[in-house]
Design a protein around this ligand. Structure first.
Ligand code: UD1
Ligand code: UDP
Length: 370
């Protein structure tokens, strides 16, 4: 029997690890425990509740508008006793958040083997996403197993000299999406009733934004672009579930006052994927949403200058539009007015996985431990 510890802290980590936690918990060869740092609180708990995962350890570390270094220091201090008690042989971390870096550093010092999920993503820009690009580079160099979603990710690892125990398995985000979308599309009326304020006879533009490098002036430009689009196109409904980070939330609620803009609280995961499936365009800086939208055939305009997820761009369903007000207006207008341009982007493709990633990872870990 091997002891396996999943360490996670934010909403996307919970979504992407939930399918994997489920397959490990069902396997009798492992004692599987879950530790949440609670880098996020409400946004994490929503997902944990939906997937019915109860943490074995909850470090309760979120503070309002937390300093990321202080969070990291606290996470390291509070993770050590968890390792001393449970003595994990294998530690799973996912992605590139501060929870991932803190978890990996402690796991390395405690000589547990680290399995890194969604390994090898790189923007090749230390400052964007900040600080995630550096978090994931360091994590790769601490990890024993690298579960890469795509060939581009494998090539990135190779350039850093990481060629052993690298596995091409797709992204668990698609496992979760496949499970979720089957469930939500079967309950159309129920899901419609969650959005009483939204006019679904209009074309829906789903917006999300939270990256640290967009705080301040870039986010103001994004808001100004949204206001312009809302005024120009009366047949669209801009629906924006606002991230709880005060650097975003306070500005969004101050600037985005318009009849055609619906600011709502962060959505529970099933509501979000249902709404994405109903959307005409997705405008986002989210990593996970960039991966989900191509599977649903939704054009994604990515409000970033670089992305580590070029597969959607190469497949033609995603486009990098940056955070410049006029560029966002132009690219959205093109999709809203030009049917041909829209049709070219609205193709369902699956560059990020086929829904079997969790089972593949379980198989590889078993093989490696035997
Ligand atoms: C973090 C990750 C980012 C990831 C994002 C997913 C880092 C450095 N950043 O960014 O990579 O893409 O999560 O959403 O690890 N808050 C709440 N309730 C919540 C969540 C957040 O109130 O449930 C507020 C708090 O004031 C908190 C702040 O948002 O201090 C920022 O949260 P934090 O985890 O530090 O950063 P994110 O911007 O969410
Ligand atoms: N998501 C959600 N509710 C929302 C917005 C996003 O459940 O209101 C989901 C989305 O489907 C995706 C994940 O959260 O799976 C992405 O999280 P986020 O954008 O916070 O982080 P990133 O992926 O950029 O790290």
């Amino acid at each position: 029997m091997k002891n396996v510890l999943f360490i996670l802290g934010t909403r996307p980590e919970a979504i992407k690890l939930a399918p994997l936690i489920k397959v490990f918990k069902q396997d009798k060869g492992f004692i599987t425990k879950v530790c949440v740092t609670a880098q996020h609180r409400q946004m994490l708990d929503q997902v944990m509740d939906f997937f019915r995962i109860k943490p074995d350890y909850d470090l309760e570390l979120m503070k309002p508008n937390q300093g990321i270094l202080q969070f990291m220091a606290n996470a390291i201090l509070k993770l050590e006793p968890v390792f001393d008690e449970f003595k994990p042989d294998v530690v799973f971390v996912q992605g590139d958040t501060t929870t991932v870096l803190a978890g990996s550093l402690v796991a390395f010092h405690k000589t547990a083997r680290i399995a890194h999920i969604e390994a090898g993503l790189r923007s090749h820009n230390k400052l964007s996403p900040f600080p995630e690009e550096i978090n994931r580079i360091i994590t790769s160099h601490l990890s024993s197993w690298h579960f890469a979603p795509t060939q581009i990710a494998i090539d990135n690892l190779k350039k850093e000299g990481i060629t052993e125990n690298v596995y091409l398995v797709g992204n668990t985000v698609i496992d979760a999406l496949k499970m979720g979308i089957a469930e939500v599309t079967a309950h159309e009326k129920e899901f419609l009733s969650y959005f009483p304020s939204i006019d679904f006879s209009k074309r829906i533009m789903l917006v999300t934004c939270h990256r640290r490098e967009s705080f301040g002036a870039p986010f103001v430009q994004i808001c100004e672009a949204l206001l312009h689009l809302a005024e120009e196109y009366k047949d669209i409904e801009i629906v924006y579930p606002v991230h709880l980070n005060p650097n975003i939330k306070e500005v969004a609620h101050k600037l985005l006052i318009h009849n055609n803009i619906k600011l709502i609280s962060p959505l529970e995961y099933p509501q979000l994927i249902w709404l994405m499936n109903k959307s005409f365009i997705v405008l986002t800086d989210s990593g996970g949403i960039q991966e989900e939208a191509p599977s649903l055939g939704k054009p994604v305009l990515v409000m970033r200058d670089v992305t580590e997820r070029m597969e959607g761009v190469v497949a033609g369903t995603a486009k990098l539009v940056g955070t410049d007000k006029q560029r966002i207006i132009d690219e959205c207008s093109k999709l809203l007015e030009d049917k041909k341009a829209y049709a070219e982007m609205a193709n369902a493709v699956n560059p990020y996985g086929d829904g079997t990633t969790s089972l593949q990872i379980l198989g590889k870990v078993k093989e490696a431990l035997n």
